[in-house]
Design a protein around this ligand. Structure first.
Ligand code: MG
Length: 311
């Protein structure tokens, strides 16, 4: 049987290239019951880099009591070639985390804010103003020492406690992160409720407020099966950076209704069919997802990965 790949039908209005931020080693693994050793996490990241991925979230410098799955991130970084043409952002929630990341040789960090007050209190332990100001300070300090900073915005499209979220609140949050020096803003559909029109409305509001399209990334969850449709809506507005996880690993431990991240293989299948270049070897990625599933002793939800490996 021939190896199947999608037939390519490009569309002029879409970006020529897309950059993927692979989030399975951090956002994905931190939601797993099983904790992988730093050695296995470094092995996962090395395998992911070998598929052609150029931005791979490598871990976080948070309290090991709060997130035991991420303990030993310094050991993970020590096992990687940090000078290769791959960026390995690590999440830093505060100054202490930033210092630890710097000491471990990290060149890319990510800060995290909530767009809503309820999630800020539930996940970050303080009200919105306090947690946002803390993230801005950390971002400024990181930029001052020559690091590249990614800003994560969570609950952009809905919040389990507050319900709907006004796009203007997203605009305010995004402008604040840009001013603090963030080079890219990852719009998180943390509970996966967004639909394509909603994605378009939020991105249009950001563009109208002067946020450069190059600074916008979209982080989708497939909770309601909308992740790829939401990516497509963002592509139509020129967005060219998307977060996804090998196999569809992940979720959100603080939002019970959130299920997995968009699977990188499923994203790649669509992008390849649209003639959009990513430089990633889909089969190698699917094989990595199967390796990861074996380490976690569970099936991963990516439809494309299952289809490819069973060809
Ligand atoms: Mg996620």
């Amino acid at each position: 049987m021939a190896t199947l790949l999608p037939q390519r039908f490009g569309m002029d209005s879409l970006p020529d290239t897309v950059r993927i931020c692979e989030v399975s080693p951090r956002d994905g693994l931190q939601a797993e019951a099983l904790t992988l050793s730093p050695e296995l996490r470094a092995q996962l990241i090395t395998r992911l880099a070998a598929t052609g991925l150029t931005q791979i979230e490598a871990g976080s410098f948070v309290s090991p009591r709060a997130v035991p799955q991420m303990s030993g991130t310094a050991e993970v970084l020590a096992a990687l070639d940090l000078d290769a043409h791959v960026s390995y952002p690590v999440l830093v929630p505060n100054h202490r985390g930033l210092e630890d990341a710097r000491a471990a040789g990290a060149q890319d960090v990510a800060v995290f804010i909530s767009v809503t007050d309820a999630f800020s209190r539930a996940n970050l332990g303080d009200g919105l103003e306090v947690t946002t100001a803390r993230a801005h300070e950390v971002a400024r300090s990181a930029v001052a020492s020559g690091m590249r900073v990614r800003g994560y915005l969570s609950m952009v499209f809905g919040d389990p406690w507050e319900g709907s979220v006004d796009p203007q609140r997203v605009v305010t949050a995004a402008l604040g992160l840009l001013e603090a020096g963030c080079a890219s803003l990852s719009l998180g559909d943390t509970i996966g409720t967004a639909t394509p029109g909603h994605v378009s409305a939020v991105i249009e509001a950001l563009l109208a407020a002067g946020v450069p399209v190059e600074a916008i990334a979209l982080h989708t969850h497939n909770t309601y099966g909308q992740a790829l449709a939401n990516v497509y809506a963002a592509l139509q507005l020129g967005v060219s950076e998307f977060d996804s996880a090998a196999g569809g690993l992940g979720g959100c431990p603080f939002a019970g209704s959130a299920t997995g991240n968009l699977a990188t293989e499923d994203l790649l299948w669509m992008l390849q069919g649209l003639g959009i270049d990513t430089g990633i070897d889909m089969r190698a990625l699917a094989e990595t997802s199967h390796w990861l599933a074996a380490q976690l002793d569970r099936r991963l939800p990516s439809a494309t990965s299952s289809a490819i490996v069973h060809q």
